[in-house]
Design a protein. Structure first.
Length: 274
């Protein structure tokens, strides 16, 4: 399903913890990561932590942030080692859950003493290209493992990718285990737009990031999508009750229920559901 999101509202999508693949140009990826870090900063440091693998040294201002679980990493070799270490940390979290006979971090923290609660950990890789170029195998396995198994114990991954056509072997494994993708459609970037079109149909949770409603309309036109599709659906279904009642000899209640189901079906199959 595709969700429309405007840059000014970016922080909203990070309120619910999930794994994210952020695919686009440096400035688009940086905006998403800044929004994520801003969302984290609004929470207590003992409740939410983050690991920042920042190989391009873009987020230096977070060097001493109290939410850091580990010191900020700027070296790609250290980034690969850190990902392996975080797999071990995930296993430790699971051992704690098993030891206390609970199924997830929420249940564990509900029963634990304040001093022994586990924080949620967000692993942020600002340039996945640098990491997989150095060690595709190890980094790919580590990220995919955390994305696949980390949610129950409160560990999530956020990976930003510039080269969306990377042929690295384990990139597919990573993408297969990350449930949400953020893409900024760019008409001036052929590879980016092809990637967006593929995910528009294939991704179960795609966030399409736009600067403004006017640019969204331009992209819809490029895709051959009617910009007023959802408004047209609303109009048609708002005026169809009497037609159904007369044609099928049913009361208003039955017509309204049928129209509600049909409207949801139509809108959910729109490329840009409202």
């Amino acid at each position: 399903m595709t969700h429309i999101i405007y840059r000014k509202d970016l922080k909203k999508i990070f309120d619910e913890p999930k794994n994210f693949l952020i695919a686009g140009k440096d400035e688009d990826n940086a905006a998403c990561i800044e929004a994520l870090l801003g969302s984290i900063s609004e929470k207590a440091p003992d409740e939410v932590k983050f690991v920042l693998i920042d190989t391009r040294n873009t987020f230096k201002k977070y060097e001493n942030d109290p939410h850091l679980f580990l010191p900020r990493i700027t070296d790609a070799h250290e980034g690969v080692k850190t990902l392996e270490l975080l797999v071990s940390e995930m296993e430790k979290h699971y051992q704690m859950l098993d030891k206390n006979h609970v199924s997830d971090i929420a249940e564990y923290n509900q029963e634990a003493d304040p001093s022994s609660k586990m924080p949620f950990i967000n692993i942020i890789v600002t340039n996945l290209d640098d990491i997989i170029a150095l060690d595709d195998e190890s980094a790919g396995i580590s990220i995919a493992s955390i994305a696949q198994k980390g949610k129950s114990c409160g560990i999530h991954v956020f990976v930003a990718l510039r080269n969306i056509r990377s042929g690295r072997n384990n990139l597919g494994r990573i993408r297969a285990n990350i449930e949400a993708t953020i893409v900024t459609p760019r008409l001036d970037d052929e590879d980016n737009f092809k990637f967006f079109k593929i995910h528009l149909d294939a991704c179960s949770c795609l966030y399409a990031l736009f600067e403004s409603p006017s640019y969204l309309a331009i992209v819809q036109e490029k895709l051959g999508i009617e910009p007023l599709f959802n408004e047209m659906v609303d109009f048609l279904f708002a005026n169809a009750h009497e037609m159904l009642m007369e044609k099928f000899n049913i009361d208003y209640h039955r017509a309204a229920n049928a129209l509600k189901i049909m409207k949801e079906t139509v809108k959910n199959n729109s490329p840009f559901p409202s």
